[in-house]
Design a protein around this ligand. Structure first.
Ligand code: DAH
Length: 342
């Protein structure tokens, strides 16, 4: 009997299984109610009292080994089943749809690129600005009506306007910050968001985007400004886009001008975007007023400069035939996904 049990123990120990059915067969053979081990326990009563202890120990050993074996097989099978759930790597992946760049970003990048070819670098300034940088240094006298040209969002109204803090109304404030900290030659662009307290419509918004340009050096002339803007317009728009410069007024430039491009939404016939004029104003420009240079501690006898500030939304409207400024900030995916960056 002892021999028989020892043989069973070594059988159990050397048993192997590769599929579920083998494991079940093992369980049925050894551990199920009618299996070998319970029947051995049943035989206990027939064993002589002297042998009974040893017999009991051996059958117990057999039972433990069989249970251990069964458990280890079950674990093995479970983990290999887990492995079977690893996805089939040869299947095509789930498509991830890529977002598109915002049209304002596309146009801003294009503007910066065009000017980078003629040596302009990029600078940034804060959107919350003090009175000095947004107005006073730019030759807006205190209480001058020119300040009303820019309906300002004030963050803090000081006792006198000198202490006002506001959301910048234009990127021209960056001109001042750069001229205060850099020495000519200065040739920079300053892109950014600007804010105005205006009623929202197809043509106006309370925030929009500008790119400011500034070039200060010895002997910079209006002819340089004009050539630079012509170069820009040719690069930015089709060859048949018409441009025109109109005399204008800004406190920080003298002389000042505005540049229009022909409205390609209505091909110059007149529509609500161009207010039926056939032209869209895209930028203001001029020769930096000597007062502004002096405010920034730049010798206006030695240096001259030109500056310009353009609206990115306006340019994007022209490029992509968009007739409502509000579309840019409504985040409608059907609108946004149409623009593929160049
Ligand atoms: N800052 C002006 C505006 O927002 C635009 C402008 C006009 C910028 C003339 C300039 C400039 O640099 O020279 O309306």
């Amino acid at each position: 009997m002892e021999q028989k049990i020892k043989k069973l123990i070594s059988e159990v120990e050397s048993f192997t299984a590769s599929v579920k059915d083998d494991v079940e067969a093992f369980r049925l053979k050894y551990l199920s109610k009618k299996g070998i081990i319970p029947s051995l326990f049943g035989e206990m009563k027939n064993v002589s009292p002297e042998e009974r202890k040893n017999f009991g120990l051996l059958v117990n050993d057999l039972k433990n080994k069989a249970e251990e074996k069964l458990n280890s097989f079950r674990e093995l099978l479970e983990s290999s089943e887990g492995q079977k759930e690893v996805p089939d790597l040869s299947l095509p992946g789930e498509p991830k749809s890529l977002g598109a760049r915002h049209p304002i970003s596309i146009v801003r990048r294009r503007i910066l690129e065009i000017f980078s070819h003629i040596g302009f670098t990029v600078e940034y300034g804060p959107e919350i600005e003090d009175d000095w940088h947004n107005f006073t240094a730019l030759n807006f006298p205190e209480n001058h009506p020119a300040r009303d040209m820019q309906d300002t969002f004030f963050i803090r109204s000081g006792e006198s306007s000198k202490d006002d803090i506001a959301l910048r109304t234009h990127t021209s404030s960056v001109q001042v910050r750069i001229m205060e900290t850099q020495k000519p030659p200065i040739r920079i662009l300053a892109p950014g968001r600007v804010y105005r307290n205006e009623a929202i419509s197809a043509r106006a918004h309370c925030f929009f985007h500008q790119v400011e340009g500034l070039y200060v050096d010895e002997g910079v002339s209006f002819a340089d400004l004009k050539q630079t803007l012509m170069y820009f317009a040719k690069e930015m728009f089709d060859a048949d886009t018409k441009i025109r410069l109109r005399p204008s007024y800004f406190p920080f430039t003298e002389p000042s001008a505005e540049m229009d491009v022909s409205c390609n939404i209505c091909s110059g016939k007149g529509c609500n975007v161009c207010k039926y004029t056939g032209w869209l104003e895209i930028l203001g420009c001029g020769m930096v007023d000597p007062n502004v240079l002096e405010n920034c501690k730049i010798d206006s006898k030695k240096y001259t400069g030109f500056a310009f500030g353009m609206g990115i939304e306006r340019i994007a409207m022209l490029k992509y035939n968009i007739n409502d400024l509000r579309l840019f900030s409504e985040n409608d995916v059907r609108f946004l996904k149409q623009f593929i960056s160049a």
